[in-house]
Design a protein around this ligand. Sequence first.
Ligand code: AMP
Ligand code: ZN
Length: 493
Amino acid sequence: MQLYLNQHLKIYNSLSGEKETFTPIVPGHVGMYVCGPTVYSNVHLGNCRTFISFDLVYRYLKHLGFKVRYVRNITDVGHIEDDADEGEDKIAKKARLEKLEPMEIVQQYSVDFHQILELFNNMPPSIEPTATGHIIEQIETIKEIIANGFAYESNGSVYFDVVKFNETHNYGKLSGRNLDDMMANSRELAGQNEKRNPADFALWKRAEAEHIMRWPSPWGDGFPGWHLECTSMSTKYLGNHFDIHGGGMDLKFPHHECEIAQNEAATGHTPVNYWMHANMLTLNGKKMAKSTGNNILPRELFTGNNNVLSKAFSPSVARFFILQAHYRSILDFSDDAIVASEKGYNKLMESFETLSEIQPAASSSIDIEKWKQECYDAMNDDFNSPILIAQLFEAVKYINLLKEGKETLNAADLDVLTKALNAFVFDVLGLKNEKGAEGGGEKLEGVVNMLIEMRKEARANKNFALSDEIRNRLTTLGIELKDTKEGTTFSVK
Ligand code: AMP
Ligand code: ZN
């Protein structure tokens, strides 16, 4: 693989609020952790946007030649409704409503999640750990935090002591919140429940008798708090100090703020160099969400089966629509917008066919290396995919001018253009040429119809050996001919 590690990549770090030059801890290697889904219902297009945003990051880092260990978890326990400490576990609740085992819910929606992301051509992470598979590690992290004096046991539950932590550390450094404001705005009063302070959060919750998802611990039967799994699993697989941590913008507080606090309380130092947050996909100006019903499911998009859609859209068109916005900008979904994206996508894909027809000239009239560097500059500027796509449309313009003979490229430059366009469109943006597949379908239809004609002619000439051979050879290729009164049709298996 060609290495582009010399490219100067900048990443917007949510922790500093600035774009910073990316310097990995171990040269040539990147450790990246991204919060995965809570598998209690089908992923909506908003969730997919976040996972596609980080797939772009993963793909570009790999393209640059980094060896990336990408860890993305599955939350299958501990995520309470409204992201709270009190209430029902989202998975346990769904299991109760559907009269299924919690692990049946987990399996059903983990499978759905993987299928959908594969349709979007997302690359699977290097490691995909589950929260229930790491209860022992989470108990160990709690023990460390208690030993360091930043957590306390209360009535079989364990809470993180935010006030104590904030005396020596900065609780709020990621989200920009201030602990005094958080406490002033809290509706709970100190001492009214098991917590010393309303801002404290659960590391371990005691399981009531009827609670199914439970594990033994030094504090009695219970289950881990939601924030804890990401601290335990990220450090297990990436070490106490790693390069990139990502997630949706809505996870900044409390989830990521609590993760940082847990890590610092357990190990004494901050875990992550670059915090990345992907912005939200909205529908009618409001965040797409499972809980409000204001969302579109990917399968509805692929079938056109939703009132807001005028037709079906392919996964690559949806991916292209998402990547036409920068990952840190809010993106509003609308039928008009995705129809426009489809036109752009088709234009881009058609240019590959035009490009294949262009003959090299003796000399070049376009500075193609400059264009290629501009593509890198876009991606190096905090993964700016909309600017990259604008550059790709510059290439489409060049291709049309080359076709018309108004510009020229020599063989070496034509090769640079072809390779770079392929790399950015397919490897970095992760698009698939579904237009090509359609075109392939048309070609197949033409060829089979030609064979049907030849078979008809053979039969008319009583050359049954040939007509049978045509049918049998097509059958072995999985193409079935069917003779009807109207003529011969075919189906592909
Ligand atoms: P959840 O399964 O609710 O934990 O969410 C999985 C991921 O999807 C998280 O990183 C969320 O931040 C992200 N997410 C949720 N809603 C949206 C949205 N409307 N747009 C983009 N990302 C979202
Ligand atoms: Zn997380």
